[in-house]
Design a protein around this ligand. Structure first.
Ligand code: HEM
Length: 119
């Protein structure tokens, strides 16, 4: 699909750069970083890339666990969720995703919020 959000943002190369910038942002953020203390960065990177790819209607298959299963037990609050989204927006900005496309992506991620916070 040539007109998919995936194609419009530049496909997998853009998503890989985006996730790398996102991971760097998390690594520098004292509010969100503690959640990732025990995480395998490579595993997170691969999973987040595949998942994000499906969110933007790309030709990827996310084989990881559901958003609910992954985030259950973390007890993520609104503030930490919002901060994480800010770190993702900053990464989108850094890789040149347009403001309009950012908004499309954020609308899609907003529907996942209930599967991630207060679990
Ligand atoms: C829209 C928001 C979010 C999305 C789309 C999302 C997506 C994902 C995905 C796809 C993975 C799994 C990667 C994999 O193992 O295959 C993951 C893991 C993880 N997420 Fe989220 N996440 C979101 C928000 C958050 C927030 C707000 C936090 C904490 C503040 C968080 C903390 C984590 C942690 C710690 C892991 C790694 C778990 C582990 O070590 O196995 N996530 N997330």
């Amino acid at each position: 699909n040539e007109d998919s959000l995936y194609e419009r943002i530049g496909g997998l190369p853009t998503i890989e750069k985006l996730v790398d910038a996102f991971i760097k942002n998390i690594a520098r953020d004292e509010q969100v970083l503690p959640y990732f203390r025990k995480s395998d960065v490579t595993h997170f990177r691969n999973g987040f890339i595949a998942h994000f790819c499906t969110v933007v209607d790309g030709p990827c298959e996310y084989k990881g666990d559901s958003m609910v299963d992954i985030h259950t037990g973390m007890d993520i609050n609104e503030a930490d969720f919002n901060r994480t989204v800010e770190l993702l927006v900053d990464a989108m900005e850094k890789v040149g995703i347009s403001y309009r496309q950012q908004n499309e992506i954020l609308a899609r991620l907003a529907s996942l919020r209930k599967d991630i916070i207060h679990l």
